[in-house]
Ligand binder design. Structure first.
Ligand SMILES: *Cc1c(COP(=O)(O)O)cnc(C)c1O
Length: 360
């Protein structure tokens, strides 16, 4: 078995234990004589899988009873539309633009109402998080929207914006379960699972109960109305059963590893190894201001596109894969999600040191 060190931004590395367990259960899930892929989503066996997954997620994040947990489809990109459809009562919302995913959500909201740009870091190619301590927030805004960890640019909010009492909606796709999070600070937290939790095809949304109503924008499809999904415990129609099962296994793996506090320590250790090297290297450098650096996505460059390409090629051949930066920014990006072991980062840094020596 030749496993690589996979630094993909998503779909991304999963814990080996989880993959092995899933493989062992492939032909016969716990004596059911079927694979989880083959069973009815209305069966008792599957009901236990999805209920267990929800329970473990609630334990990990300490989700209060007045928040619903939904397992949805359509990716984070579809959720960009679901947010205004379900929340834009005054047809006006504020967006903080910290990268491509925030921008896409902002553009989508404009289809449904007035989307106001509250702050932006576009002036310095999204290499920092703008000061959000005293934003100009109009009284009639339905919510304030952020992308909490910017997967492409490698920034993360270290403090949440002061929304002046308005509802906060956050896309946490690329930092979901990477550290503890206080759910009560948000109206809605959501993310696609393919970054840090499971296989592509599931969005997990944690939504304060009072925000789940029949009062949605006219024309909202039944499936995209949160109330439909909440009333049916995410089983209004066939959910992505197998993918939810894998997410459930990842929740159990995180619990076994010590929960989110332990994950945070593990992730800080890994990020420090890489950032410390970038700060000391004469060839490679990070592109994000130190105080806003993400623990999950670490973009870096050499400043020379040919050198970047050479590095990516040699790294790939050495078993460090998917290090190419996003097509819109170039350079490199190492995504070091929960399931990336410390050795993966240590070995990558050793390889980078060696590359630097050979390319002076
Ligand atoms: C990947 C990503 C998305 C898009 O997710 P899809 O599931 O492909 O729609 C949105 N937001 C963030 C922060 C992401 O990292």
């Amino acid at each position: 078995m030749a496993r690589v060190y996979n630094f993909s931004a998503g779909p991304a590395v999963l814990p080996e234990e989880v993959l092995q367990e899933a493989a062992a259960e492939m032909m016969d899930y716990q004596g059911s004589g079927q694979s989880v892929m083959e069973m009815s989503h209305r069966s008792k066996v599957y009901d236990a899988i999805i209920k267990d997954a929800e329970k473990d997620l609630r334990d990990l994040l300490n989700i209060p009873d007045n928040y619903k947990v939904l397992f949805l489809q359509g990716g984070a990109s579809q959720f960009f539309a679901e947010v205004p459809m379900n929340l834009m009562k005054n047809r006006k919302a504020g967006y903080i633009l910290t990268g491509q995913w925030a921008k896409k959500a902002f553009q989508e909201a404009k289809i449904y109402g007035e989307a106001v740009e509250l702050a932006s870091s576009a002036d310095k190619t999204f290499s920092y998080i703008p000061d959000c301590s005293d934003l100009d927030i109009a009284d009639d805004l339905d919510y304030v929207y952020i992308c909490e960890n910017n997967t492409i640019y490698g920034t993360k909010y270290k403090t949440l914006p002061n929304t002046k009492g308005k509802l906060l909606v956050s896309d946490v796709s690329s930092c979901f379960l990477s550290e503890p999070m206080d759910v009560t600070k948000y109206g809605v937290v959501y993310g696609g699972v393919q970054k840090n939790i499971g296989p592509a095809g599931v969005v997990i949304a944690i939504i304060r109960e009072d925000l789940i109503t029949d009062d949605v924008l006219p024309g909202t499809p039944t499936m995209l109305k949160w109330k439909t999904q909440a009333d049916n415990d995410s089983l209004y129609n066939t959910p992505p059963c197998y993918n939810i099962y894998i997410c459930g296994k990842v929740f159990k793996w995180i619990k076994k590893m010590g929960g989110l506090e332990a994950m945070k320590v593990h992730n800080e250790k890994k990020a420090k190894i890489l950032y410390d090297f970038l700060d000391s290297s004469e060839l490679f450098k990070g592109i994000v201001v130190p105080e806003d650096r993400s623990l999950m996505n670490v973009p870096f460059i050499t400043g020379d596109e040919e050198m970047d390409a050479k590095f990516i090629k040699e790294a790939t051949a050495a078993g460090f894969v998917n290090l190419k930066g996003h097509r819109t920014v170039g350079g490199m990006r190492a995504s070091i999600y929960n399931a990336m072991p410390i050795e993966g980062v240590e070995k990558l840094v050793e390889f980078m040191k060696e590359f630097e020596k050979n390319n002076k």
